[in-house]
Design a protein around this ligand. Structure first.
Ligand code: ATP
Length: 261
């Protein structure tokens, strides 16, 4: 049986004449961390946006393997549907509900995988209240895992930057994903925070049996965490291999020439 939880084949995303993602194929294997790197403007975020339903790709295939082995073609599905299929993401530019509390931000993520809704609240108040209590409990547990429980009742906007990045991960985790897509999770973090993030991601991965796809510029994080590394440049895939193979690949070094690598 295949070990792939996410299989992307020949993905093309065209904006007018620009092929932002040009025929890219990439697999994410179960319980592995796959990194997607490349210079600025290479097409990495556009690739994420296609996979998570923000953009409908021009062509190609996005297949998600469900825990029961069923493969679902996810092209063009709306982001909430993709979340239901077990994919959750964070954003390069933090997109928290800044004027809501830390706990409420996670609860919103949790609501997407529960049955609590307005209709239930009207016809079945007690059951809905119980479910709401469970959501609060589960959300708090997730905050504990990320050591954010101390901030539970703070407004998200009052959190230090590094903690806001962690809260994005907490909110994604609240949807019970099988695949977590992280868009530059270490961006803006200081070296200490980055080292601590590496430990956190490893811990979350093993505790939740997660498969992870991450975009990252911080090579320390990529080298430490990833099992497999894909490199994009000008929309195209230019290399694929272990992190060690990748950093020693002359084609990759050439693409990064002029940039700190
Ligand atoms: N909605 C859009 N419309 C037109 N062009 C776009 C759009 N989104 C992205 N692009 C272009 O696609 C190319 C790839 O951009 P993208 O943001 O995916 O790169 P990236 O690898 O994530 O870069 P960075 O590392 O700087 O975040 C760029 O040339 C960008 O200007």
């Amino acid at each position: 049986m295949s070990n792939k939880v996410l299989e992307i084949k020949n993905l093309l995303m065209q904006f007018g004449g620009l092929k932002a993602v040009n025929n890219v194929s990439l697999d994410v294997n179960k319980s592995e961390i796959t990194a997607l790197i490349g210079p600025n403007g290479a097409g990495k975020t556009t690739f994420f946006n296609c996979v998570t339903g923000v953009y409908e790709p021009t062509s190609g295939d996005i297949n998600i393997t469900q825990p029961n082995g069923k493969i679902v073609r996810a092209n063009g599905l709306k982001p909430n549907k993709i979340t239901e299929l077990g994919l959750a993401r964070t954003f390069q530019n933090i997109r928290l509900f800044q004027d809501m509390t830390v706990l409420e931000n996670v609860m919103i993520g949790r609501h997407t995988v529960t049955k609590a809704n307005i209709f239930n609240a009207i016809i079945n108040g007690k059951k809905t209240r119980e479910e709401e209590q469970r959501i609060i409990h589960d959300s708090y547990e997730i905050l504990k895992k990320l050591e954010l429980d101390q901030f539970a009742n703070e407004f998200a906007c009052n959190l230090p930057y590094g903690a806001q990045r962690l809260l994005e991960i907490a909110r994604a985790l609240a949807t019970d994903p099988q695949v977590l897509l992280l868009d530059e999770p270490a961006a803006g973090m200081n070296p200490q925070e980055t080292i601590s993030l590496i430990t956190t991601i490893e811990k979350l991965k093993s505790e939740h049996d997660l498969s992870i796809l991450l975009i990252e510029h911080d090579m320390h994080l990529v080298m430490n965490l990833s099992d497999m590394c894909y490199v994009m440049d000008y929309g195209k895939l230019i290399a694929k291999g272990t992190p060690e193979e990748t950093v020693n690949n002359p084609v990759v070094i050439k693409a990064y020439l002029g940039e700190e690598f």
